[in-house]
Design a protein. Structure first.
Length: 155
């Protein structure tokens, strides 16, 4: 009986995530919207962030997304997962891809947090997309900001 010495194949899971962050006033009231697609499953998340700039909110959205995916998958599955992050923030995508330097001091800790989170996955790819292709995440941002504004009016 002979045993095959075929190479071990690791099947990487893939998760696609659409992220958006926005601030009204820049800086101003800010929120994030995240849409996670894995196979036939889709999860949507929205969260108010308090006062932030648009760029800070964009980073917070991507950080939230990777943390949420890591929480859902667990440590072992996370290492065997490729995440494709789609964002309409050219700044975020180009900074995470090493094309742009991080010049704003307020973005440096957010960049480091996102970079370190990305190391927990098998692979994380950042892709810039037009706003029109990020409508779902954008709608979640606006919904969260509208709801927060509505609640403040009630107080």
């Amino acid at each position: 009986m002979s045993l095959s010495k075929a190479p071990l194949t690791i099947v990487m899971k893939r998760v696609d995530v659409y992220c958006d962050g926005g601030a009204r006033g820049n800086p101003g009231p800010a929120a994030l919207g995240v849409v996670v697609h894995q196979g036939n499953l889709t999860k949507e998340y929205a969260q108010c962030l308090g006062r932030a700039t648009n760029n800070e909110a964009e980073y917070q959205a991507a950080i939230f997304a990777l943390k949420k995916i890591k929480q859902i998958l667990g440590k072992k599955e996370t290492k065997a997962t490729t995440v494709r992050v789609y964002s309409d923030s050219e700044l975020l995508v180009n900074q995470m891809s090493g094309i742009y330097k991080i010049q704003k001091l307020n973005l440096q800790p957010l960049f480091l947090t996102l970079w370190n989170l990305s190391l927990d996955f098998g692979k994380v790819q950042f892709h810039a997309i037009p706003r029109e292709e990020n409508k779902e995440a954008d709608a979640l941002v606006n919904k969260a900001l509208d709801e927060e504004a509505r609640l403040k009016k009630l107080i």
